[in-house]
Design a protein around this ligand. Structure first.
Ligand code: SF4
Length: 292
């Protein structure tokens, strides 16, 4: 039998550049894939000064979109200024929990609706059931997230929601439960819903099948390989006061995926699919991106 090496993705473009706004969050959810909580600084909060040179460099590499995830982006003091600058260059997507930090800053956020490029928001929900959602996220946060989502939609921003996959349940049925909640809140019932598997917490070791080069040709096609996030995007994080480029949004807990401080050099590096979360991309086609 011929041994097959570790499967990999060769990046083909920088369509999307993600910025991690830091692991500080107003919520303290035990299942957070980023391990975010109040005051956490595994990944540090970004400033406009930190990100501006990288945004400018990304524009030179024909980036199509800037996207932001946390932590909760709106606990970051500079977030509105960062979005103001980012949206002067390219369309933006912001992943948020939609709760108190968003509601508190709505007046500032609404002003961004007039940006040169559109800003879209994706609000996280775990379950369509309020009590089950609040059991993980804290009492009152289901209602607050709906309030934030409604306000963002009303202000003219495009909105979507993220939810957890529920193994063993029919995914269309789960979506339908959410659509009923959205419709009751006066939100579009056809709003985009993105479902994510359980990615585990940072640094967690999980045993998953090994992805080999053979798997990547036997079970994937050129088209599906190009759809892996690490094929067309990068993520910028701030660690130890330095801005670093990682292969994607899911592997910032593993230094093997630190690709340096130059976007251009990072794009030339092959990404080995050795992180346990890579298996979710392989098996489910998991992706944080909304770029089609
Ligand atoms: S987690 Fe997915 S997108 Fe990230 S490096 Fe692994 S395969 Fe690529």
């Amino acid at each position: 039998m011929i041994a097959s090496g570790v499967g990999y993705i060769q990046p083909h473009a920088l369509d999307e550049l993600w910025f991690h706004t830091g692991t500080a969050c107003n919520l303290d959810c035990p299942f957070c894939l980023e391990g975010s909580r109040p005051g956490d600084n595994r990944l540090q909060r970004i400033t406009l000064g930190d990100v501006r040179p990288l945004m400018d460099a990304a524009v030179g590499l024909n980036v199509r979109q800037f996207s932001f995830t946390g932590g909760e982006p709106f606990v970051v003091k500079d977030m509105v200024a960062i979005l103001e600058y980012a949206a002067s260059l390219r369309p933006c997507l912001v992943l948020t929990n939609g709760t108190a930090p968003v509601v508190r800053r709505l007046t500032q956020i609404r002003r961004l609706a007039g940006s040169a490029h559109p800003i879209a928001f994706r609000v996280s929900f775990d379950f369509a059931d309020e009590a089950r959602h609040d059991a993980g996220r804290g009492a009152g946060n289901f209602r607050l997230a709906l309030q934030g989502l409604r306000a963002l939609h009303k202000a003219g921003f495009s909105v979507s929601i993220a939810r957890q996959m529920q193994p063993g349940r029919d995914e269309a049925e789960v979506d339908q439960e959410f659509r009923q909640v959205l419709a009751a809140e006066g939100l579009p019932a056809d709003l985009r819903i993105i479902a994510f598997p359980d990615f585990g917490t940072p640094g967690e070791e999980r045993t998953v099948p090994r992805i080999t080069e053979d798997c990547m040709t036997r079970y994937q096609t050129e088209t599906t390989r190009r759809a892996f996030m690490c094929g067309f995007s990068k993520m910028v994080v701030k660690k130890g006061g330095q801005m670093r480029i990682y292969a994607c949004t899911l592997v910032d807990d593993d230094v093997r995926y630190d690709q340096g401080d130059s976007l251009e050099k990072a794009l030339s590096q092959r990404v080995l699919l050795e992180h346990h979360r890579c298996y979710s991309c392989f098996k489910y086609g998991s992706s944080c991106s909304e770029l089609g």
